[in-house]
Design a protein around this ligand. Structure first.
Ligand SMILES: [Zn+2]
Length: 252
């Protein structure tokens, strides 16, 4: 069988047999795939660095029915600083979780991979004024890519663009003050600044958004809300996000 060569980011690793790992890799050319990396749990394995979670590498593998078999790797970027900062690592793990949950195997999106690499680069390199803004932008751009873009520029009921005050999960977007009172379901109160930021998440690049800041409590409310909306839309929730929240507030 012909070898396949593609760049990809390790988004999940599971121990397998004595010394092997099963990797889930979000690749440029083949989409989300699973590969077995043999012998990589041995200390001396030459493939160790390139087959860890967050490693962005060039992979050469034999395709298989369920799993590919890794033949060769070449590490491009390891995002090492993520491993030394627990908060950054929890946020970055959440981003990987969103790909694990949102993408089917062999579903391909070089655009989303590129976006994810940019966000990891900025978070890992301490390049953003507020990491949560980049997480919010990734959530919003990803869910839009998956076909569930929420409406954030006009009221989902009456279509007016004035006095937008809440985000409604069940209505897939924002509502104005008068429609809020006649609509049931779970809503998040949002300031005008937060609604503007939601629009900017879609409109601006992460390169532009890394310069933006907002009160951390507001940023956190937006990421909570978008995570709720994503879980509602794709029908899967993220364990990594729960872990991140527990870490922020260990006493609950
Ligand atoms: Zn309305």
């Amino acid at each position: 069988m012909a070898l396949i060569k593609t760049k990809g980011l390790v988004i999940k690793e599971q121990p397998y047999k004595e010394q092997d790992k099963i990797l889930t890799i979000f690749t440029e050319d083949e989409g989300k795939i699973q590969c077995i990396a043999r012998g990589v749990r041995r200390q001396k394995s030459g493939l160790l660095a390139s087959t860890q979670i967050f490693a962005y590498s060039e992979f050469v593998y034999y395709p298989g029915k369920n799993f590919g078999i890794i033949n060769q790797t070449n590490l491009i970027e390891a995002f090492y600083p993520l491993r030394t900062d627990l908060t950054k690592m929890a946020l970055a793990s959440y981003l990987l979780d969103l790909i694990n949950n949102g993408f089917e195997f062999y579903q391909r999106s070089p655009e989303i991979l590129k976006l994810l690499l940019h966000v990891l680069f900025y978070i890992s390199g301490n390049k953003a004024k507020n990491d949560l803004i980049l997480v919010g932008a990734f959530q919003m751009k990803l869910i839009s890519y998956l076909g569930y873009c929420p409406g954030v520029s006009s009221c989902m009921v009456c279509k007016c663009e004035k006095e937008l005050v809440v985000f409604s999960i069940e209505n897939h977007g924002v509502l104005c003050r008068s429609c809020r009172s006649i609509t049931a379901g779970y809503t998040y109160n949002l300031s005008a600044e937060m609604i503007k930021l939601l629009n900017d998440f879609l409109r601006l690049s992460v390169k532009e958004l890394k310069e933006r800041d907002i009160l951390t409590s507001d940023a956190l409310k937006l990421t909570d809300m978008l995570d709720h909306f994503i879980s509602y839309s794709i029908g899967k929730s993220s364990k990594a996000y729960t872990f991140y929240k527990t870490m922020l507030n260990p006493l609950g």
